[in-house]
Design a protein around this ligand. Structure first.
Ligand code: SF4
Ligand code: FES
Length: 202
């Protein structure tokens, strides 16, 4: 077992655990968006930041990918952590101002507006890629992926055509932290229903 401290509490972790896993095992809350136990972490959203170190030296790391170590001292809610989270939430708010989940999370940290440029006021997706990873790693079909580049980057199927690989299982909707996937799956299901009806008529 590894002995470490989180928010002043002595806790134990197993070798190979991350700081986030250890915090959760001990009932300590760290906010996350792109993390899900069923898939490998990707470090996409950065919301799970924590501070490690002591009074003389510290740094900010993402807890969902940072491995535990003997004697590690972690702060999950220090002024520095809160400040970094506010910056991240401002960026997320600029990326997807139409997501009620992101707006509510930002408000929790006192973030009501953003200084960053928004390219689509109707956007709800933070491009965390969780839906893509679940589709690939859990469902095993890779029906969706990240398409486009820069400000045109989005989640979809190649060329915007629904993939035959999609089984309309809804796993992407279930894991999506912002509600962005709901409307997209409705469209996918509609296409599937149409295809099945078409087959029946042949
Ligand atoms: S649709 Fe949801 S899960 Fe997929 S990338 Fe966007 S926010 Fe993340
Ligand atoms: S939950 Fe750790 S980076 Fe998103």
């Amino acid at each position: 077992m590894i002995n470490m401290v989180i928010d002043g509490r002595q806790v134990q972790a197993q070798t190979g655990w991350t700081v986030l896993e250890t915090a959760r095992q001990n009932g300590i809350h760290i906010p996350t968006l792109c993390h899900h136990e069923a898939v490998e972490p990707s470090g996409a959203c950065r919301l799970c930041v924590v501070e490690i170190g002591d009074e003389t030296w510290s740094k900010i790391v993402i807890s969902c990918m940072y491995p535990v170590a003997e004697g590690l001292n972690v702060k999950t809610d220090s002024p520095r952590v809160k400040n970094v989270r506010r910056w991240i939430l401002e960026m997320l708010l600029a990326q997807c101002p139409a997501s009620p989940e992101i707006r509510a999370l930002a408000a929790e940290y006192g973030v009501q507006t953003t200084r960053f440029v928004n390219h689509d006021p109707n956007e709800q997706c933070i491009l965390c890629g969780l839906c893509v990873r679940v589709c690939k790693e859990v469902v095993g079909v890779s029906a969706i992926s990240t398409i486009g580049r820069g400000v045109h980057k989005k989640i979809g199927s190649p060329y915007g055509v629904v993939s035959d690989a999609c089984v309309a299982c809804g796993s992407c909707v279930t894991v999506c932290p912002t509600g962005a996937m709901s409307a997209r799956l409705d469209a996918i299901r509609g296409v599937h229903a149409g295809r099945e009806a078409g087959k029946g008529g042949k």
